[in-house]
Write a protein of this length. Sequence first.
Length: 246
Amino acid sequence: MKTPLLAAAFAALTLPAHALDLDQMTAEERAIFREEVRAYLLDNPEVIMEAVAVLEQRQAAGQAAEDIQLVAVNAEDIFNDGYSYVGGNPDGDITLVEFVDYRCGYCRRAHDEVKELLASDGNIRMIVKEFPILGEASDQSSRFAIAVKQLVGGEAYAAAGDALISMRSDANEKTLKRLAKSLGLDGDAIIAHMNSDEVSKEIAQTRALAQRLQITGTPTFVVQDDMLRGYLPLADMRQLVAQKRG
């Protein structure tokens, strides 16, 4: 099967019928063909961009289909793992899952927009997956948040997440103790729990899930059966939620 590019190139040629089969071309015919293709591309460089766009569309469609299958296979661990924070409306008709790293610039950009989506919609179940991938400060931030959740509960965890996502200083024992104090929490107890087996197990389980889902960056969202790799503006999130309801 000839691509549009090859079809255009062949149309410019006056070669025998058998020359349409690249395997049957003589050396002279190949040379003519190559020169015609080169001349055509120089005269019509936009064809290259069109071909790239078609390729990207096909790759995106293939990735989307593969992602739907990955979500289906791992649905229980994505939506009902028993340990991840559940916010928004726990009984909502749409479930939004976010794999987050508090040091990630795009996670920070998405944070307020996700909160606005939850507040304005009122019928979305939100699940947060701690996925620290940007170094030691990310790991310490996630350990702090999980320790707060395990020791104090979901409301305190949500407040800690809001603070961590906007914190500009490095996450270390000193800054995290100060953060705990600002939230009215026992900083010593939380710091002591950060490196516990319970916290480490939760991070390891989420990392294993991310590996199965082929997630390599944050934020990554799962909305029902769709996986969205990267930042998604608020308007697009609303549109996607509306599509899922429709």
